[in-house]
Design a protein around this ligand. Structure first.
Ligand SMILES: Cc1ncc(COP(=O)(O)O)c(C=O)c1O
Length: 467
């Protein structure tokens, strides 16, 4: 790969990259003034394992795996080679055609996915995966004569994508949608089961789980069950730093969906492929959805790939003559380069026991964060499982009050972490952790000690007394 590397890297040496980025790029969800104040966007020059290096040679631990996708870490030449070999042989399939890598991947997914999720529609990423899943759910009902079922219930504190059909699902606390109002009438949002701030003021996880699930039932009844197509949710929710629902929540939601003929869609875009310490979030919560969306960790970001998997019950309504065809596609659906990347990536996950490592390192991380909580008054709550965890930071632990955004505490933390060689962009009041699943015990200790130092410095700047 080294030969091709030198010929394919295409930076223009005469260009001032930082200036050109300012002039010519929209950097997703980033504010140009803020980036300017930070010295411009991070320009990654190279990366290896859990570390990335900027153009000046500064090394950073990637604390959030790119954006929750770099499960097998950086620098996997075997994945790059698998993509190269596939694309050199067949660069893309043809209309109504498939390639062997895509079929092999679909069969592999059927083998590892929970329950009877055995048929996959491939697309390019998580938003398209969820878009496909909600279209699949809607088409399923129509095929069964339930034309009125078009509403989708999602939960506050969730994110399901940036396309028009998915951006109104969930309510990501840090992604305002004010530029895009009005919201479409099919998207209904209910509280999620977050024990730290339970919408029902529950005192026990059991009760919070029960009441949060019942909120979905009440909404189905309020809307009229015949109008509801699906409930969508992530088994463990990322935007709030890895909210793990109480154990009774998902089984109860499953029962409720079945009772009213509503489909259950799991968004496993982050939780899939080992991050929670099991292969899928569904395995962790012990519930099989009717439809499952995936992306990110399926290729560890080496190629854009996502998909939507149907259970037997769903797949069978699309079986039969031409009138049964599911009318849905994207030009680049089932890209063979993506399939080759995924097969190689999944082989690494299996060979290196990365699912087990995520579980073990997750236990280590939970212990480190709990210990830090004893000493840092800024930590209101720690949560999560496997390698999706987070800290909710607060101004006052007793009242759980957040800092005023004008204090810029998240920017302060981001800067302190960056200075110590940790790449983590901190949103308001949540400090997320999702390193690659390859992280070792020593590397995790290194990450935690840098976080510890950064928290100490920020607390000192804020004049907070140590616990
Ligand atoms: C849970 C979840 N679903 C869907 C998406 C959208 O995926 P993408 O950005 O690949 O379209 C994301 C992105 O972060 C996500 O976290």
């Amino acid at each position: 790969m080294t030969d091709t590397q030198t010929t394919t890297l295409s930076a223009d040496p005469t260009l001032d990259l930082a200036q050109a980025a300012r002039d010519h790029l929209f950097v997703g969800m980033a504010n140009p003034v803020q980036l300017e104040a930070e010295g411009g966007p991070l320009i990654i020059d190279r990366a290896e394992g859990i570390y990335l290096y900027d153009a000046g040679g500064q090394r950073y631990i990637d604390g959030i795996s790119g954006m929750y996708f770099r499960n097998v870490g950086y620098g996997r030449e075997e994945i790059a080679r698998a993509i190269y070999d596939q694309i050199a042989r067949v660069s893309m399939n043809v209309y109504a055609g498939v390639t062997s890598s895509t079929v092999t991947l679909a069969a592999k997914l059927a083998q590892i996915a929970p329950g009877d999720l055995t048929r996959t529609f491939f697309c390019q990423g998580g938003s398209e995966a969820n878009e496909s899943s909600i279209k699949m759910a809607r088409a399923y009902h129509v095929r069964r004569g339930d034309r009125g079922r078009f509403k989708v219930i999602s939960r506050q504190g969730s994110y399901h994508g940036g396309t028009w059909g998915t951006m109104w699902l969930g309510e990501h606390p840090f992604f305002p949608r004010t530029d895009y109002q009005p919201s479409p009438s099919h998207c209904i949002v209910v509280p999620g089961p977050n024990m730290y701030r339970c919408a029902f003021n529950s005192t026990s996880p059991e009760q919070c789980g029960e009441l949060s699930a019942r909120a979905i039932e009440q909404e189905i009844l309020r809307q009229g069950p015949d109008s509801v197509s699906a409930v969508i949710g992530e088994p463990v929710t990322q935007p709030l730093g890895g909210v793990v629902p109480p154990p009774n929540y998902w089984p109860l939601v499953r029962e409720i969906c079945d009772r009213y003929g509503v489909l259950l869609i799991f968004d496993e875009v982050i939780t899939g492929f080992g991050r929670v310490g099991t292969w899928f979030g569904a395995d962790l919560v012990g519930v099989t959805p009717d439809i499952m969306s995936f992306a990110k960790g399926v290729t560890s970001g080496y190629f854009p790939l996502g998909g939507s998997m149907a259970s037997a019950k769903i797949a069978e309504v699309f079986e039969g003559g031409p009138e049964k065809t599911w009318s849905h596609m994207y030009t680049y659906s089932a890209h063979p380069g993506g399939a080759a990347a995924a097969l190689s990536n999944l082989e690494i996950v299996e060979r290196e026991n990365l699912v087990d490592n995520a579980r073990q390192r997750g236990e280590q991380l939970a212990g480190l964060l709990q210990e830090m909580k004893q000493r840092h008054p800024i930590i209101g709550d720690v949560r999560g499982t496997g390698l999706i965890q987070g800290i909710e930071f607060v101004k006052d632990r007793a009242t759980k009050e957040h800092f005023d955004p004008s204090q810029g505490v998240n920017a302060m933390l981001t800067a302190e972490l960056k200075e110590r060689g940790v790449w983590l962009r901190v949103p308001p009041y949540i400090l997320p952790f999702a390193p690659p699943l390859t992280i070792t015990a020593d590397e995790l200790d290194e990450l935690a000690s840098k976080v510890d130092e950064a928290l100490t410095t920020v607390e000192q700047r804020l004049g907070m007394a140590r616990g």
